[in-house]
Ligand binder design. Structure first.
Ligand SMILES: [Fe+2]
Ligand SMILES: [Fe+2]
Length: 192
């Protein structure tokens, strides 16, 4: 009798385990692999036309897309969350945009077409010097914006998102200027 009871108990236990296994939640799917770090081309080795395309499509297009919006945001925040620390910021951004707009137009119409065809030497001297002088002006504006924002430390949380975008703008424009002065123009005038 006890043997029968043990067999019945084992059967019940086994069915109970099967039932639990069926009811158990499915294990979570494996986490996707982390994205591969963005691989930047070595611009020292790429053809000038490719670097010109990258500067126009990434840096110039990004500034035209983002800067007017940042000016508007700075104006709105100055109205709604006035802060002496940020006084003058929207004007400084608007001046930077006006300067960059004219500068990028000169690069795209005067200098870049020559660089795309691989032109080198004397005829590039004047336009390149003009662009380098403009770049000094951009850096002065960036320094002014950094000073006005106290190294991008927001005066209160309402300004935090704008200041984060301004820090990215600062880094992006410094990289943009390095790609032009340090690589594109330097390579075009190497034989000077
Ligand atoms: Fe540029
Ligand atoms: Fe430039």
């Amino acid at each position: 009798m006890q043997r029968i009871l043990r067999r019945v108990a084992r059967g019940v236990l086994s069915r109970l385990n099967d039932y639990r296994a069926q009811r158990a939640p499915a294990p979570p799917p494996p986490a996707p692999p982390p994205p591969a770090p963005e691989k930047k081309p070595n611009w020292e080795l790429r053809p000038p036309a490719e670097l010109v395309d990258y500067i126009e499509q990434h840096h110039h297009a990004g500034l035209r897309r983002d800067l007017p919006r940042l000016v508007d945001t700075a104006r709105r925040l100055a109205r709604e969350h006035a802060s002496t620390a940020a006084a003058g910021l929207s004007d400084a951004l608007a001046e930077l945009f006006a300067e960059l707009d004219g500068h990028m137009h000169k690069e795209e119409t005067m200098l870049f077409p020559l660089l795309r065809t691989g032109t080198r030497g004397g005829e590039l001297d004047m336009p390149i010097r003009m662009m380098e002088r403009d770049h000094d002006g951009h850096v002065d504006h960036l320094d002014r914006i950094r000073e006005l924002t106290g190294d991008f430390e927001p005066p209160d949380p309402a300004w935090a998102s704008l200041y984060a975008e301004l820090a990215a703008l600062d880094a992006g424009l410094h990289e943009h200027i390095y790609l032009e002065d340090g690589i594109l123009f330097a390579r075009a005038t190497m034989s000077r």
